[in-house]
Write a protein that binds this ligand. Sequence first.
Ligand code: UT7
Length: 324
Amino acid sequence: MTEIIARIAGTGAYLPARVLTNDDLARIVDTSDEWIRARTGIRERRIAAEDETTASMGAEAARAALAAAGLSPADIDLVVVATATPDNTFPATAALIQNRLGVRAGAAYDVHAVCSGFLYALTAADNAIARGQARNALVIGAETFSRILDWTDRSTCVLFGDGAGAVALTAAVREEAAPRGVLGSYLRADGRYADLLYVDGGPSTTKTVGHLRMQGNQVFRHAVTNIAEAIEKVCADAGVAIADIDWFVPHQANQRILEAVARRLGLDEGRVVSTVARHGNTSAASVPLALHEAVADGRIKAGDLVLMEAMGGGLTWGAALVRW
Ligand code: UT7
């Protein structure tokens, strides 16, 4: 029987033009370029303009992914958006993006797993394609975290940025040897730690949007353990040795997390794609933004084994393995 695999046919990205540097932040809160760089690796981040939203940025990233894939909106029959900063409480930002693109077929919905959202959304779209429920899907990670930051809290406002990344997935016949496409994924959540990273508002509680709150050093400890677990699990399930992975595309929360995970698993740091210095933490957008950068600059090539991973609020975490 012919087996179907979801192949990544194209990637796209969108970053707002406005750059906010660490020195800019030192004029707003009691911080310094030296502290931010040493503790996080971040040098600057992008901030959305007044008229830019999660839907507008997500739609731009999706258009780029469609063009790279050689697909048109008429080909798309599923739009999944990972975001924790939707344009509206409802409808889903996916519906807004679907309309902006002129996609008229299939389903459109949001997935909310904060920084792990892109892995959750990719897994949902992969499952839909494997079940024959969709043929061509857009998976988008888009965030406007600048709108939920407490700009008086130096422990959080220096960490995050805005942006969007997208991939176009297409159903392909799975090759018997070295199949190209999504080989597997692994998702986890542990709600016992919800209060380590959360937004202190919402429609059913405060009736306001609220602001991001984080116990950063505790999240850091969970991140290294959980990410290492997810990488080991997804590789073991796929029968792939970690040493055979060509590119690691991690969630970009902190350069020190990337390095700690690399040390723990013995990864070659030259194989870890890092954009955190220029993007900061863009939550659900960070993995597809980093993925797009490594594809666009020629690092990731056809046949390469690519491992994506993330950990974020929930706590949620996960990993996905793709042969390009
Ligand atoms: O994307 C979702 C997942 N999120 C993450 O993975 C984030 C994980 N956590 C982190 O990346 C790090 O914990 C942070 C970057 C958030 C913080 O780094 P840290 O080394 O864990 O610092 P800390 O929170 O333990 O704070 C150390 C000190 C404190 O001062 P005292 O109490 O030692 O006097 C803070 O008040 O640094 C101080 N501090 C700052 N100083 C200058 C906190 N933020 C700042 C700041 N500038 N922006």
